[in-house]
Write a protein that binds this ligand. Structure first.
Ligand code: SDX
Length: 429
């Protein structure tokens, strides 16, 4: 029996179907609401709106659960590697040994960028924020890879997907090298994905560089944790851009632009800056008070989440990774970590945070880890974008391949001026 929801306005009533998914809240399908009732729904920030059906990622915010194609994030992060996660998100199942070998090889042989693209970097100031460079260079990919921009061609969609996953580390590493005035380092096909990325970021021509396997594994796990997260702001941006038929490179550039905001992917950079501003555990109460003060725009960066009303499962794994990296680097007491641990302890016992169900999210510890790995704070969101590219691409492909897909075009509640006649400037008072 089909479940239904009844909307009654005055003497009129309308029924709308209620749909259930594999897990999570049911949805009321209001796609015919306007046609039936001549009314819109209003939901700023989409706090109660499901924008699509998806099979890729599931989050239970109350239980702090995150599944990639049904697999719990802690199992994927512990047992798999990032390229296996990419395969899982793109194809919907874990690869066999031969599928994994083939996929790794296909990604590896797309890691170089067109040589002329390296000239784009010199058009930026050296102190340009790397995210500004990422938006520009990724958007420019469509100017170089015309043979994978036809979104209606399945083969081109897959080539574009592989190119994005393969080239993002190269583009990101080159943005970093350019910002510090060092020569660009090309990808090495003999290295695994994360070791290759660290090599492109930290190798210099005058000496051999060998990525520390513990740090490469930590980098790989950080990529896994950031790979996808259902319909977050940047993924919704990519879907909306893609719904117009824009090419995949342009859609990913739009996602990067959205991710940059401090309320979203920019929070890892902001969280580390906040920990540095707090500086010592003695000053934590002052900042907790500011976070609770309605008149103070300050928020604890790395805390709170639209969906998680429990501990972000990624934050737990990130915290473990932080300790692994600091131990491997012999960093005994990182003052920022001391502040972070004490801030978390205090916040989790504070009535305000308990009542508003604010917990650390993935961005709370990631900055400390990335800082220890040697990245400047301006690169933190770039690393988030490198990882999230596979999520954006998987969600974009799912949307393009959905037979019900159409251009996204929300409506509004108009509260502006009623119709009025134009007044020539000579008659205006
Ligand atoms: C990411 O969506 C995703 O999945 C994103 C992400 C992903 O993987 O794609 O998980 C990545 O973006 C993680 C979030 C990173 N952002 C931050 O850490 C920035 C700090 N957090 C906040 O800005 C906020 O928590 C958001 C933006 C994350 C969520 O905002 P919401 O859901 O709109 O919640 P809200 O702003 O309405 O807050 C609810 C209440 C408010 O108080 P009241 O108005 O109800 O009195 O909680 C308060 C807020 O003032 N609050 C905070 C707070 N976050 C929310 N108070 C102090 N410090 C905070 N961090």
């Amino acid at each position: 029996m089909t479940k239904k929801a009844t909307l009654t306005i005055g003497k009129d009533s309308w029924d709308f179907p209620v749909k259930s998914g594999t897990a999570g809240p049911d949805v009321v399908d209001v796609s015919t609401l306007y046609k039936d009732t001549e009314k819109f729904t209003l939901d700023p920030g989409f706090t109660s709106t499901a924008s699509c059906e998806s099979e890729i990622t599931y989050i239970d915010g109350d239980k702090g659960v995150l599944l990639y194609r049904g697999y719990p994030i802690d199992q994927v992060a512990e047992h798999g590697d990032f390229l296996e996660t990419c395969y899982l998100l793109l194809y919907g199942h874990l690869p066999t040994k031969s599928q994994k070998k083939d996929f790794d090889s296909r990604v590896t042989y797309h890691t170089m960028i067109h040589e002329q693209m390296t000239k784009l970097y010199s058009g930026f100031r050296r102190d340009a924020h790397p995210m500004a460079i990422m938006v520009g260079v990724v958007g420019a990919l469509s100017a170089f890879y015309h043979d994978s921009t036809d979104i209606n061609d399945e083969r081109q969609r897959m080539i574009a997907s592989l190119r994005m996953i393969a080239k993002m580390p190269t583009i990101a590493a080159m943005a970093y090298k350019y910002s510090i005035g060092q020569p660009l380092v090309y990808p090495l096909n003999s290295l695994d994905y994360s070791s290759n990325f660290l090599n492109m970021c930290f190798a210099v021509p005058c000496e051999d560089y060998k990525a520390n396997p513990v740090l490469s594994r930590a980098m790989d796990r950080i990529f896994i944790l950031h790979a996808d997260h259902e319909q977050n702001a940047s993924t919704s941006t990519v879907r909306l851009a893609g719904s117009s038929g824009a090419n995949p490179f342009a859609c990913i550039a739009a996602g990067i632009a959205c991710l940059w905001g401090p309320a979203h992917g920019g929070a890892n950079e902001a969280a580390l800056a906040m920990l540095a501003e707090i500086g010592s555990v003695e000053r934590i109460p002052e900042f907790i008070a500011r976070a609770k003060d309605k008149n103070d725009p300050f928020r604890l960066m790395g805390f709170g989440h639209r969906v998680y009303k429990n501990y972000d499962p990624r934050a737990k794994i990130m915290q473990q990774t932080t300790h692994e990296v600091l131990n491997e680097l012999g960093i005994k007491d990182d003052p920022l970590l001391d502040v972070a641990l004490e801030l978390e302890r205090i916040a989790l016992t504070d009535e305000y945070f308990i009542e508003k169900r604010l917990y650390p999210n993935i961005d709370f510890y990631s900055g400390i880890t990335l800082n220890a790995l040697g990245f400047p704070t301006t690169m933190f969101t770039v690393l988030f974008a490198v990882a999230r590219t596979v999520g954006w691409i998987a969600q974009w492909k799912e949307m393009i391949e959905d037979p019900l897909q159409r251009i996204g075009r929300p409506r509004q509640l108009y509260t502006g001026a009623s119709e009025r006649n134009y007044v020539p400037i000579s008659l205006r008072k």
